[in-house]
Design a protein around this ligand. Structure first.
Ligand SMILES: Cc1cc2nc3c(=O)[nH]c(=O)nc-3n(C[C@H](O)[C@H](O)[C@H](O)COP(=O)(O)OP(=O)(O)OC[C@H]3O[C@@H](n4cnc5c(N)ncnc54)[C@H](O)[C@@H]3O)c2cc1C
Length: 385
C-alpha cells in the first residue's frame, strides 16, 4: 500500500534514520533522568517536524495526514515523548490553518513551521477534561480586549510554548453551553503563570503543567477566526488531528515493543529451544503483529479520510481507541516475553509499559471515544421515522 509521495516517503525515512542514529542509544538515560531533550528537539526543528501540518505559503513542508502520522510513529518508536513534543503544536497548527484569520495565520504560522514558536492547547481543567462544556475558564469582553480567569491542568509543553490555544467561555450564560465557548490565542507575554509541573508515571522529559490565568488581558484579535461561540466546534475538529496523532504514538510504542519482543524471543532459549518455539510465546507474537498491523491500518484510514473529506471524527476515534488499547496489550505481552528483564530498568520494555496508558487517556479518554463513535454511527446511519 503506497500512500505517500516520494518526497513524503523520504521525510519518513529521514526521521526513521534520526531515531535509529540519535534517539535509541540515548533514550533510556534521558528518560530516567527526566531530562528535556533540547538537542533532539532542535534537530526535529531542523528536519521540519514542527511544520508538517502547515501548508504553503506559511510553511515549506506541509504534508498529507498519512505522512504526518507515519513521522509521528517513527518518533514514538524511538521515544513517545518526542512525538508528544509536537502533538499539541500540530493541533494548534491545524486550528490556525483551518480557522485562523489571515492576520492570525501570518502572525503565527511561519514561526510555528520552523519551530521557533512552539504552541500547545489548553482544554483540561482541574474539575475535568471530558466534560468540556462545563469548563470554568472565563474570558470577559471589556472594550477591545478579553480579561481571562481560570486554571488549566495537564498542559503539555506549557513551559516551552510561546502560544496557547485556550478553550474558554466567552458567554457563560449561553445555552447550550458549547455556543458560548471560544478559542483564544494567548501569547506567553500576556502573563499567564505556569504554576507547577505535574509528576507522571511515564512520558518523561517533556513537561505537563498547571497553568493559571489571573486577570490575563488579551486583545480581541486573539479570538480564533474572529467570531465568538465557535471554539467548541473548532476544537473538536482540531482533536481529529490530535486523535490521529495519539493513534500514531500508540502504533510507534507498540511497534518498538513488538520488535524488541520478536528479537528477544529468538535470542532467548529455554528447554533447549528459542522461546518463540513455545506455542504460548509464538501466539503472543502472532497476536501482537496482527494487532499492530490493524492499528496502523486504522490510523492510515483516518489520515486519508481527513485529507480527502476534511472530517474524520468516526475514523480518528476508532483509530485512537483501537491503537491505544492494542498498544497497552502489546506492551504487556512484550513484558511477559522478556520475563524478569521486562521489569528491569536496563531494558526499554518497562518504558513502553509506562508510556502506553497515556494513549488511552489523552486527547479524550477511550470511554469518550466510544461515545463519539456511537454518536457518529447513528448520525451516519439514521433509521427513518
Ligand atoms: C500526561 C498528560 C498530558 C496531557 N496533556 C494535555 C494537554 O496538553 N492539554 C489538555 O488540554 N489536556 C491534556 N491532558 C488531559 C487529558 O486530555 C485529560 O486527562 C482527559 O481528557 C481526561 O480528563 P480527566 O483527567 O479530567 O478525567 P475525567 O473527565 O474526570 O474522567 C474520569 C473518568 O470518567 C470517565 N468519563 C467521564 N465522562 C464520561 C462519559 N460521558 N462517558 C463515559 N465515561 C466518562 C472518563 O473516561 C474517565 O475514565 C493530558 C493528560 C495527561 C495525563
Amino acid at each position: 500500500m503506497t500512500r505517500l509521495s516520494e518526497e513524503e516517503q523520504a521525510i519518513v525515512e529521514v526521521v526513521a534514520e534520526f531515531v535509529d542514529r540519535e534517539v535509541r542509544e540515548r533514550v533510556r538515560d534521558l528518560e530516567h533522568a527526566n531530562a528535556y531533550p533540547e538537542d533532539l528537539i532542535e534537530q526535529m526543528k531542523r528536519m521540519g517536524v514542527f511544520g508538517l501540518c502547515i501548508p504553503e505559503p506559511y510553511g515549506s513542508v506541509g504534508v498529507s495526514a498519512s505522512c504526518f502520522a507515519l513521522v509521528t510513529e517513527e518518533l514514538s518508536r524511538g521515544w513517545m515523548s518526542l512525538a508528544g513534543a509536537m502533538g499539541g503544536h500540530s493541533v494548534v497548527s491545524h486550528l490556525l490553518t483551518r480557522f485562523g484569520t489571515e492576520e492570525q495565520k501570518k502572525r503565527y504560522l511561519p514561526r510555528m513551521a520552523t519551530g521557533e514558536l512552539r504552541a500547545t492547547m489548553a482544554l483540561t481543567e482541574p474539575g475535568g477534561g471530558s466534560d468540556l462544556q462545563h469548563m470554568r475558564t472565563i474570558a470577559r469582553r471589556t472594550g477591545d480586549a478579553y480579561v481571562v480567569n481560570g486554571t488549566k491542568t495537564w498542559i503539555t509543553n506549557a513551559r516551552r510554548s510561546g502560544l496557547v490555544a485556550l478553550l474558554c467561555r466567552t458567554d457563560p450564560q449561553a445555552q447550550p453551553p458549547h455556543r458560548g465557548i471560544s478559542v483564544l490565542l494567548v501569547e506567553r507575554e500576556t502573563g499567564y503563570t505556569v504554576s507547577r509541573d505535574l509528576s507522571k508515571l511515564g512520558y518523561k522529559g517533556v513537561e505537563s503543567c498547571e497553568v493559571v490565568l489571573d486577570d490575563v488581558e488579551v486583545g480581541s484579535d486573539a479570538l480564533l477566526g474572529g467570531e465568538e461561540g465557535h471554539g467548541f466546534a473548532q476544537m473538536m475538529r482540531g482533536l481529529e488531528v490530535g486523535r490521529i496523532q495519539v493513534a500514531a504514538r500508540a502504533v510507534g510504542v507498540a511497534r518498538a515493543a513488538f520488535e524488541d519482543a520478536l528479537r528477544y524471543a529468538q535470542e532467548r532459549h529455554s528447554f533447549g529451544r528459542p522461546i518463540w518455539q513455545h506455542q504460548s510465546v509464538g501466539n503472543y507474537l502472532a497476536d501482537m503483529a496482527t494487532q499492530l498491523s490493524a492499528a496502523r491500518l486504522l490510523m492510515l484510514d483516518a489520515a486519508e479520510r481527513l485529507d480527502s473529506a476534511g472530517r474524520c471524527d468516526l475514523e480518528a476515534g476508532m483509530a485512537k481507541l483501537f491503537a491505544s488499547e492494542a498498544c497497552m496489550q502489546i506492551a504487556l505481552n512484550a513484558m511477559r516475553i522478556h520475563g524478569g528483564y521486562g521489569y528491569s530498568t536496563e531494558f526499554d520494555i518497562e518504558r513502553y509499559f509506562r508510556d502506553a496508558p497515556l494513549m488511552i487517556i489523552g486527547e479524550g479518554t477511550n470511554e469518550i471515544q466510544r461515545n463519539v463513535i456511537a454518536k457518529q454511527l447513528v448520525s451516519r446511519h439514521p433509521v427513518a421515522g
